[in-house]
Every structure is written in structure tokens, then in C-alpha cells.
Design a protein around this ligand. Sequence first.
Ligand code: NIG
Ligand code: FE
Length: 425
Amino acid sequence: MGQHFKLRLRNSSQVVCVSSTREQFKRKGDMNNLAVKQNATVVVAMDGTIFAVDTEEALSKLDWYQTATFDQDFDVSGKAILPGFVDGHTHPVWSGDRVHEFEQKLAGATYLDIHKQGGGIGFTVAKTREASHEELEALLMTRLDRMLRQGTTLVEAKSGYGLETETELKMLRVLKSAQDKHAIDISATFLGAHSVPKGSTPAEATVDVVDKQIPAVVAARENGDIYVDNIDVFMEKGIFDSDQSEAILSKGKACGMCINFHGDELTFMGSGELGAKIGARAISHLEEVSKVGIAAMASNDVFGVLLPTTAYVLRITPPPAREMIDSGVLVALGSDFNPNAHCLSMPFVMNLAAVTMKMTLSEALVAATLNSAASLNKSDMHGSIEVGKWGNLVVVDNAQWTHVVYELVDAPIAAVFVKGEAVPM
Ligand code: NIG
Ligand code: FE
């Protein structure tokens, strides 16, 4: 009797491993080396990790392979296999519809115009404060299902529509209960400083986050009610300035969270410079980042999480991805899913990254897999097809993987596997 395995995907036209080593993301400028294996097979062990990746020819010579049996066994000739996508930046816990703001923006209103009138984040905060745990969890579960069907197997997810202790904790509890039930992996981020609550000043809001919200989050984490991986701030003109952002992020870091914040989105704020100084793991957006900020991020290994949906929806200039990659910044991608940018699809994000930010298709794939995983400190188990990592796999319904980026709107995805289990499509 041979060994028994959870899954075999046999004879794929191309298995795009993304990395031949776990440290590819550190070899800057190597985003065009995808380690593709042709006519290859992936075997996932019963514990959900990848057991073997090799050509059918090489595997068929091995004794264990000749006698092996599989719970699920698929011939995927004519199809390509990619690592599960990693969405490096989302705001998926909220209630309340903002489609009316989409129309206002199309008619010429800017993001900050709507924000100043109490719309935008303020609108979603009011609706999310009113919503029950159950309502928010149901909305989140549906959004996670949609992400998974588009190939996302790890997602960063933020709180930030409470702006006070009670609702921020409610959002983090919703993330924990979704994580307990859903197949997708969630990296949870505390974003109590997403905006300044009505009736408060940025200075007062900073004190509230540092002295009240963070201690409450830490206490809830210690009780096991929630988990938190990262700390975030919206560092922007009229919201949190550099000193206030530093105070909040440093306090989160001292409490064991990784710094991963919104910077230089609509206005240059010196976020690359600040991130390098305070040991940030990642900075998102960066549409207005400076040359000095880019150099500081590159020399301190601060990931740049680029969100091409934001510039697309707001009709602003996208971040200088080419300059960042060519300067040695570790570039990752995220959908920025939120009521302003309603996008749950990493294939669409890769398409935008290539067309609007001039990234190559290979760079877009590395940024949407291994680099995103590394920006969340999760590249030990996520982001590439390697023995020992999770069997998180996207089967592309084409012999060439690039079709998943090329075919707009309904990406040709034949199947998605999480830890070797097929996702219901
Ligand atoms: O990443 N810029 C700040 N936060 C979000 C938008 C959130 C919202 O508009 O609700 C972003 O784009
Ligand atoms: Fe965001």
C-alpha cells in the first residue's frame, strides 16, 4: 500500500512556482524570475502542505509516486497553475452603501471634497457603528467568498470604521470569527486612526487611539477575543500628520504589531521617510511619494503596497511603480477593497498594475503573491509553490498563465484550492 495524499494536479502546461527559494523577495530586481516548470505536477499532503512539485517525467521515476493514492486527482493538461493570490490591503468589514458617492466622483467631486462633507469614511463609520456583529460578519463572509473564487487565499483586512474603542473591537471580533469559519487566511490590522471622528481634532483622536484604543485592543488580544497582526494609520493632510502617525504607529509596534500604514496617497506627507525611520514593514498607496522616500524605503526594506484601483477610481496619477522597482523597493499589490474602490479581484489589480503602472506581467504576479505575503510576514507558508508551503493553488483555464491577467473582468480561473481543498465555485 502506497502513501496517501490530499490532492494531485497532474501534467499542468506550466506550474508557475514564483520562487525557487523562499528568499526571492529579498533578491531585489529579480521579479522577472518565475521558476516555471513545464508539464508538471503538484502533490499536496494530507496536512494541506505541498509535498512535491516536479515534471511528470521526473516524478514517475520515483518509487513513492508509483504507488501513491490521492483523495482528489485531476488531469490539468492545457491549464497553468499559480500560487494563491495574496491581497495586501483591504477594508472588508463595513455596512452601508456608497454607490451614490461613485456618481458624485464621476461628476467631478474629489475624495477629500466628499470626506469634508461628512461622506466617505464618515458615512461608513456611522453605518458600521449601528450594525450588529452578525450583520457585519455575514457581509464579510460573502466578500471573502468572492475574493476566494477570484484566487485570493491570504488577505490583509483592516478595522477602521469605528474610530472609537467599542466599534473597533467589534470589527476585530468580526475578523476573528470569520477567520475561525472561513478557508481564506486573514492578516488582521488595527486601524483606529483611519480618520478623525466627528467633534474631535486630530490631536485628540491621536490621544484616544494611543491611550484608550490600543490598550483595549491589547487586552482583548490577551483574552483571546481577537488577534491583531498589524497597526495602520491614514497619514494624510487634515487627518493624521507625521508626528501623530509616528506616535500611534510606534505605540502599536511596542505592543507587538507590525507597522503597515497608508501614506502619501493624496498629498506628499513624507511617509517613506517616516516609515524607514520607525521600522515600518510596509506602506500603502504612495501615489505622491518623494525620491527621498523611495530611497529610504529601498535601503530599509520597507515594502511598498501599491493599490492601482485607487488611482483608477479617483482619476489621479498612479504611484511611480517603475521608479520604485528600479530603485530596489520591494513592491507588493493590494485591491484596497473598500466602499470607495469596490474591487475584490487580484487578477484585475494585476491588469491595472501592468497597464496603468507599467509593471511587467511577471512583476505583477510576484507583487500579488510572494511580495504581498512577505509584506505581511507570511511568506514562510504563503506566496509561492514550494514544498512545505500551503497547497494554495489557482488553476488557470489556459495553457499560458498570463491569460489570468489578460482576460479582463471574468478571469479564466478553472479552480482554486486552499490547503489542498477545492473551493466551491
Ligand atoms: O485606502 N485612504 C484611506 N482609506 C481607504 C478608503 C476608505 C474609504 O473611503 O472608506 C483607502 O483608499
Ligand atoms: Fe486603504
